[in-house]
Write a protein that binds this ligand. Structure first.
Ligand SMILES: [Zn+2]
Length: 114
């Protein structure tokens, strides 16, 4: 139910944004999913399309999911590199000490409505 709870959060968040911006209908929602979360886009969309039917303002909304690659930064040599889930090794110095600087968040990047 990973995608189910993410979908629930998106619905709640979009409702807040819509109210703050005086929107009564939302047509498009763009969500960025960092690959670190291993979200399956089809699955997220599946849950969203069920949940939106319960909400008047979201009933016509189309969910667009953009996946974001995981970028890590080596704490030893400073190199930034593209990383896979569960494999964070610096290609330059081989260090496994690093921090994730991209691809570790799920957030709403834009909504369209009226
Ligand atoms: Zn390094």
């Amino acid at each position: 139910m990973h995608e189910g709870s993410i979908s629930q959060n998106i619905v709640e968040e979009v409702k807040k944004i819509a109210i703050m911006n005086s929107l009564s209908k939302v047509y498009e929602i763009v969500v960025v999913c960092g690959k670190l979360h291993s979200v399956i886009p089809e699955s997220l969309k599946f849950f969203f399309d069920i949940m939106k039917k319960e909400e008047d303002m979201l009933i016509d909304a189309n969910l667009i999911i953009k996946e974001e690659e995981i970028i890590a930064k080596c704490l030893d040599c400073g190199r930034e590199f593209l990383s896979e889930v569960n494999f964070f090794k610096c290609p330059d110095c081989g260090s496994v000490r690093n921090e994730i600087i991209k691809g570790n968040h799920i957030f709403i990047s834009s909504i369209k409505g009226e």
